[in-house]
Design a protein around this ligand. Structure first.
Ligand SMILES: NC(=O)c1ccc[n+]([C@@H]2O[C@H](COP(=O)([O-])OP(=O)(O)OC[C@H]3O[C@@H](n4cnc5c(N)ncnc54)[C@H](OP(=O)(O)O)[C@@H]3O)[C@@H](O)[C@H]2O)c1
Length: 293
């Protein structure tokens, strides 16, 4: 039985779909406030639902009982309920989950963190690094996945990249390369880590098949769609000012991630792909699919 925390999220949902496709029994944590259609999708996959919350230790003890592995993707950066914050969930909730998994003698703990090359401190990266350190000290067999920017999030209208309208908001100069990765590929890695000696107590940086600057990404979309994009830059000074003036840890985190994007984050995947032979989605193919949709 594999326990997935964050199963109603984008990445966690895709991990459940892939686990089901290889016949792994899934226990998916859900909250009463979660999107009903996402919960129904999990039920359709055959997942058993574990009602719980990272803020509630007893629910974590119950959810961890009898599972072989825990995969956790949960985060409050996009999906939040009252009482959820980077402090209470991304930090304290994940620490609590590690303790519950240890008490339940779970065999493997797979934690979705964030790229270690992002060079701007913020509450989210501090929380992720603290959780990683706690996990490493816990004695649990672990795998830490550290992906860079997801295509489906950072090359989407939610972050100002709108292929439908042909407009792109670029953070910084747009000249520094990023190893954009599809969240579907992050899900493939999470599943490939299960019972895999190559993932034993490993921290794995994840990017896509090639690093491209945001301006190169725009060109790929222009070629795929056959039309020019209108590009607007958010200067790094503006992002620095946003970060300095941020009213809460979430705003501070978003500004810091945008500064990290401006600085770039290429990821060399050659060694990792030797151990995990996964076929990674390219930005070119993602652009083709997006403009066709
Ligand atoms: N986006 C990127 O570019 C990027 C890059 C690197 C790493 N990452 C990491 O990848 C993961 C993103 O996952 P995603 O895209 O699936 O996020 P998502 O769609 O926002 O899903 C977040 C999940 O966390 C759950 N959650 C939030 N608070 C919770 C709580 N108190 N107790 C239990 N569950 C809770 C949510 O449950 P509800 O549905 O009930 O709210 C949801 O299932 C995060 O860990 C993020 O830091 C993202």
């Amino acid at each position: 039985m594999i326990l997935v925390i964050g199963a109603t999220g984008l990445l966690g949902g895709e991990i459940c779909r892939r686990l089901a496709s290889v016949g792994k029994p899934i226990r998916a944590m859900v909250r009463p406030t979660a999107s009903q259609s996402r919960v129904e999708n999990l039920t359709r996959l055959g997942a058993t639902l574990a009602h719980g919350d990272l803020k509630d230790r007893a629910s974590l003890d119950a959810a961890c009982h009898g599972v072989e592995a825990v995969i956790t993707t949960a985060s409050t950066t996009l999906s939040r309920q009252p009482g959820d914050s980077i402090q209470t969930v991304d930090l304290e909730g994940q620490l609590r989950l590690i303790d519950a998994a240890k008490a339940a003698r779970v065999r493997q703990f797979i934690y979705v963190s964030v790229s270690h090359h992002l060079d701007v401190d913020c509450p989210l990266t501090t929380a992720k690094r603290t959780v990683e350190a706690h996990l490493k000290r816990s004695g649990l067999t672990y795998a830490i996945l550290a992906p860079t920017f997801f295509m489906e999030v950072w090359l989407s209208p939610a972050l100002g990249f709108d292929a439908g309208k042909g407009t792109a908001q670029i953070y910084g100069s747009g000249a520094n390369k990023i190893g954009w990765i599809s969240l579907n590929d992050v899900a493939q890695f999470a599943v490939a880590c299960l019972d895999n000696p190559a993932a034993r107590n490993a921290t794995i940086e994840l990017g896509g098949p090639e690093a491209l600057s945001p301006l190169e990404v725009v060109r790929q979309f222009e070629e795929a769609g056959g039309r020019k994009f209108q590009v607007e830059h958010v200067p790094e000074e503006t992002l620095n000012a946003q970060r300095a003036a941020a009213a809460d840890p979430l705003q501070q985190t978003f500004a810091a991630l945008m500064i990290g994007y401006a600085h770039g984050d290429p990821v060399d995947m050659r060694m990792t792909l030797q151990k995990f032979p996964i076929s990674l989605l390219s930005v070119k193919e993602y652009a083709r699919r997006t403009v066709r949709a």
